[in-house]
Design a protein around this ligand. Sequence first.
Ligand code: ADP
Ligand code: MG
Length: 270
Amino acid sequence: MTIVISVSSIRGGVGKSSLSLELSLYLSTKGKVLLIDTDFYAPTIFNEINSRLKHKALSATKHFSRDVFKGLCEVKDSVVKASTNFYVMFSDPKVNLWELSTDIGTKEFWIDENPNKPSQAELGLAKIKEYTDKLSFDFIVFDSMAGMAYPVIFFSYLSTYPIFLTRASLPQVEDAVGFINLVGSAEKPINLVWSNVPNADSFLQTTRAKLNQAIQEKCGNRFRALGYIPRDPEFERAALEGNLTMIPNALNSAYFKQLNVLINTMFNNK
Ligand SMILES: Nc1ncnc2c1ncn2[C@@H]1O[C@H](COP(=O)(O)OP(=O)(O)O)[C@@H](O)[C@H]1O
Ligand SMILES: [Mg+2]
């Protein structure tokens, strides 16, 4: 069985794409991974992988995740091998907002009115699953766009392991509460990750318990506090300099250490 992970958030810039990418790379040391960029409005995985992995073949991609969901191409024609055990389906960096709003922006595209009829997006997802089953993929990771639009709900709802990122502050607890109560359930709780935590020590001692409790009061067992991601100065600096050496240096970084903890929590509790 392929484990399907989705990474969502209400706000932009909280670290979804970074987590999706690092998580995928990490998981590719354990099994075969397909990372799918479903940020149709502001995709970043394309550039990240081009600059990090210096992979020339990536710029030759002709088909994107949107084409797959629209049924315009075969899944195999949209998947690119980025490194050992790590495959990527990009989102089109040349975004056509008109096209997005008139087809994949509609509710019907994702959720059909008729519950017995699969939506266009469900058909696309079924084709992806057929492909990943055939080629024995162990993990699919969906990097989502920010917000609570239909595709975000779709991927979170249909993943086996939905992750939701939010900044560690009381005002942003409301984002998490809204999302969790909409998409999470006791059977499949949303896995909450506090992102960009500036001071891990004090966060661990007091703030985390307070934030988790605030969510617990409003969401009960519809969520699971998975952990946190520190604000990593090394990571921030590398991104600013456009010199993303995160992958080779990852083992020493605060970010990666915490990613390790997250993954252990994810898979040991399952
Ligand atoms: N834990 C972190 N520490 C420092 N910088 C981070 C961290 N996570 C992400 N960033 C940086 O923040 C920016 C936004 O991250 P990104 O993953 O693209 O967010 P999103 O996909 O949620 O919009 C990027 O420049 C990224 O390098
Ligand atoms: Mg992103």
